[in-house]
Design a protein. Structure first.
Length: 224
């Protein structure tokens, strides 16, 4: 814990201290600052975050609900290990939800929708250029949020949000692999273009290929 980077440091008081602490610890898990299987010691987290033990316990409970942390009897909380079977199931869910959302978005998209998607891709490309992984994950999440909400897939988006911690963890892993950034940007660009041209079939197919490519990369990176 003594060598943790500033990703955990809170520079200013947020509206809700618990939410800020949650985001800091979640980001540390997603970026691999806390490694799979690593114990999360409450006292040390309190010191690093500058918050009370009650806040840290709330954060841990929330991360347990996201599947990022597990608490073992007599051993305390630790970062969950992401096994290949769980990853495959997450990609299967994405492969069902995302193409349907992209197709619906293509049918309902307005010029404003297209502009929002372009803006998200601009932010994503900038994040890749500056190697800002957290900004890249935020821009990607925003891209999909626009697609789901425009397509009126609100319940589906709620399901994706519940998995978002683990989805982001997998994205961070695959984006670190050679060539994935460029390939992913190209595929997201195809999704955006199909939506702009109101082509639901092409939008859905680009989504399916994007998820399948990510799943294949993740399968080769995860060690059970």
């Amino acid at each position: 814990m003594s060598s943790l980077p500033d990703v955990l440091k809170i520079d200013r008081r947020p509206t809700t201290l618990k939410e800020m602490a949650l985001q800091r610890v979640r980001n540390a898990v997603i970026e691999g600052v806390f490694e799979p299987g690593q114990r999360l010691v409450e006292r040390q987290l309190c010191e690093r975050l500058g918050v009370s033990r009650s806040v840290v316990r709330e954060v841990i409970r929330h991360l347990e609900s996201e599947g990022l942390v597990e608490t073992l009897p007599n051993r305390g909380p630790r970062v969950c290990r992401l096994d290949r079977e769980t990853a495959q199931e997450i990609y299967q869910i994405r492969a069902l939800l995302e193409p349907a959302a992209a197709a619906a978005c293509a049918r309902l998209a307005t010029p404003g929708t297209v502009d929002l998607l372009e803006d998200a891709l601009t932010h994503l490309n900038r994040a890749h250029e500056t190697r800002n992984s957290l900004a890249a994950l935020a821009a990607t999440t925003r891209f999909y949020e626009i697609i789901f909400t425009t397509g009126a897939k609100h319940v589906a988006w709620e399901m994706v949000q519940r998995l978002n911690g683990r989805i982001s963890r997998l994205r961070a892993m695959t984006l670190a692999s050679e060539g994935r950034r460029a390939a992913g940007m190209k595929r997201l660009g195809q999704i955006q273009k199909a939506i702009a041209e109101h082509d639901p079939d092409r939008a859905a197919e680009a989504c399916r290929r994007h998820v399948a490519e990510a799943a294949e990369i993740a399968s080769g990176l995860i060690v059970d």
